[in-house]
Design a protein. Structure first.
Length: 629
């Protein structure tokens, strides 16, 4: 039985519309938009007309030649190469706008939700000779790996790259613009010189090209790999999936080992549940929505002109995410619930309005953010054990709230936050054990005439072995910049910076070093202990405060905001700084039932999961801290 889906409805940018991708089975969807299903199976022995699995097209090109907007191609497991055995690098699979390509079939399914794209790998490959070598460079010199990134180095690399381009082997690791010149001069030259080391020089320039049009093209359950082109000019543009003014919906995809791009050139793209690994650039688009996807060991992970990135993981990329707007027409970027682990040059923003929330930056190098001519908001983010600035840049308007900065190693001068010609607002943040390699603590530094930093309800505390003096080691203003600080704890506080509600009292973190004795690692606990000077010591004026702390709990418990990223008092109904049977006496009065719009007054201390309800899920967490405080 052949089933059909209303493909044209997928052009909307709604997450809920993804349900339409799965065909209703065994009933056909009766829609005026539905066209037909075209079957592709390399082992088919029938009429080769695409009408069913027996009579499926053997060649993907033949199926694409008869497809029109609204059609679906169901492609059985196997490896499909665009050259038809000719070795022609210029050939590619051409997909009409509005056509859907679905992989992951064994070759007998009657509906989409019967397929298994993990077990039935459907590969569109630019490796025309099927001979690409290993790109695990652990056993070789890292010369070509460093400069080509996706290829392997050996003893010939010094001659291939460094002899001809010596500047590529003398990089300044502190240069924030290194990704730009390294890309143009070094990576391209290494690609041209080193591709023979892994037998990639004869691969397809592009594997898939999408036609322009208003209709959205779907790529679902496919692996696209092995494109190779070092030509980025107007006549030859390569990559795994290439568009220009096209629109695409990508689901359950794997894009790997493509040069220069895994997928790129879209006017608008929606990407869900996909992996981009080992490409020069994983994904690039003028506008995009990317969710629940991974970017692993790409030279550049994700490049957008405008978009939303949520629930994504970036691991080992040299440049995880970059967004650049048009001067006078700012791009808008939203990052939510993402993980950035072990990247270099993590996020670069230029002429952007950006909001970043609920994200983690762990073990990265060079910088977490480098921004120019940008307005950026960072809320409930965690920066741990990174090398280089957490936030640096010039001509910046920045607001940083409810965030934690710990174990940062800043090379040379400057702070964990280091901005020039900027307006900076820092509220309810915790800075701990950040420093230079001298060692000396590194907190917040701002430069430039007219620059201003407002710091409120924040903790700035150094490593146990730091050599610290007065508070200007942790909070500095230079070259005409000014600092205004209030209700803040700064180690070494002398009062020289003025302001109200400030002190140098120990914030009494629960466990600042953890079992390994190293600050900034995952076993720390920088929440506040009972009796901390930070509890209920924040600005009594709640105007402008966020609604939640770094844990997602209510930002104000027990009447007044605390200092730092974490609010003390969850589970402590009677505000005696202890979770005990006296609090339990109030539990039944705080329980909420179905349909309750909000929790009773005074009961936020029992809303552990911040869902505006007090229920058994919260009770389980309350029992944990009651039994094991």
């Amino acid at each position: 039985m052949k089933t059909q889906t209303p493909l044209k409805l997928l052009s909307t940018r709604s997450l809920g519309i993804r349900a339409l991708v799965t065909a209703l089975c065994p009933f056909a969807v009766l829609s005026v938009y539905a066209e037909k299903v075209i079957y592709v199976h390399q082992a088919a022995v029938g009429q080769n007309d695409g009408s069913d699995w027996i009579d499926a097209f053997v060649d993907l090109h033949d199926a694409l030649a008869v497809a029109v907007e609204g059609d679906e191609l169901w492609i059985a497991a196997g490896t499909y190469r665009p050259d038809r055995g000719t070795g022609d690098r210029a050939m590619f699979f051409s997909v009409p706008a509005g056509v859907a390509l679905y992989g992951g079939f064994a070759g007998h399914e009657e509906c989409l939700d019967e397929r298994d794209w993990l077990a039935n790998e459907t590969i569109l490959s630019g490796d025309l000779n099927g001979d690409d070598g290993s790109r695990n460079c652990a056993a070789y010199s890292d010369c070509c790996q460093e400069h080509e990134y996706h290829g392997c180095g050996d003893s010939t690399c010094e001659e291939l790259v460094c002899a001809s381009y010596p500047e590529c082997c003398l990089e300044d690791p502190l240069d924030p613009l290194r990704p730009l010149w390294h890309y143009y001069y070094c990576v391209l030259s290494a690609e041209a010189s080193c591709c023979n080391l892994w037998q990639g020089c004869e691969n397809s320039i592009a594997v898939v090209r999408l036609s322009d049009g208003l209709a959205t093209t779907v790529i679902d359950g496919l692996i696209v790999e092995g494109s190779y082109s070092v030509h980025d000019g107007p006549t030859v543009i390569g990559g795994g999936v290439i568009g220009s003014d096209s629109k695409a919906l990508i689901l359950n995809g794997i894009f790997r080992w493509n040069v220069p791009r895994g997928a790129s050139g879209f006017a608008d793209v929606m990407v869900f549940d996909s992996v981009f690994e080992g490409n020069r650039t994983g994904l690039a688009a003028f506008q995009g929505e990317v969710e629940n996807s991974s970017f692993i060991e790409n030279y550049g992970g994700l490049g957008l002109g405008d978009g939303t990135v949520s629930n994504c993981t970036f691991v080992g990329n040299e440049g995880a995410l970059s967004v650049s707007g048009v001067i006078g027409d700012y791009a808008h970027l939203t990052i939510q619930d993402c993980q950035f682990l072990g990247n270099a040059y993590v996020i670069r923003l230029d002429t952007v309005i950006a909001e970043i929330s609920d994200s983690t930056f762990l073990g990265n190098s060079r910088y977490a953010f480098y921004v120019t001519d940008t307005a950026v908001s960072i809320d409930r983010c965690t920066f741990l054990n990174n090398e280089g600035w957490a936030l640096a840049g010039i001509f910046v308007n920045a607001a940083v709230r409810n965030s934690l900065f710990a174990g940062t190693l800043v090379f040379g001068a400057g702070g964990t936050i280091d901005l020039s010609h900027a307006a900076l607002r820092v509220e309810n943040c915790t800075f701990y054990a950040n420093g230079h390699d001298d060692p000396a603590p590194a907190g917040i530094t701002i430069y430039g005439d007219g620059s201003r930093a407002l710091v409120r309800n924040t903790i700035l505390w150094s490593r146990p072995d730091d050599i610290y003096g007065p508070e200007d080691y942790l909070l500095q203003a230079h070259l005409g910049a000014t600092v205004e600080v209030s209700h803040t704890i700064i180690e070494g506080w002398s009062g020289a910076l003025g302001g109200v509600g400030n002190s140098g009292a120990d914030p009494m973190f629960v466990d600042p070093l953890g079992l390994d004795g190293v600050p900034g690692t995952l076993d720390y606990d920088l929440r506040l202990s009972p009796g901390s000077s930070a509890i209920n010591a924040g600005d009594p004026n709640p105007l402008g405060l966020s609604s939640a702390d770094l844990d997602g709990h209510a930002r104000i418990l027990c009447g007044r905001v605390d200092i730092g990223a974490y609010e003390f008092g969850i589970g402590d109904y009677n505000c005696d700084q202890s979770v005990d049977p006296f609090d339990f006496a109030y539990w039944s009065g705080c329980m909420t039932g179905p349909g309750v719009a909000s929790i009773p007054t005074g009961c936020k201390a029992f809303d552990f999961n911040a869902d505006s309800a007090v229920d058994l899920l919260d009770f389980a967490q309350w029992l944990h801290i009651f039994v094991a405080p």
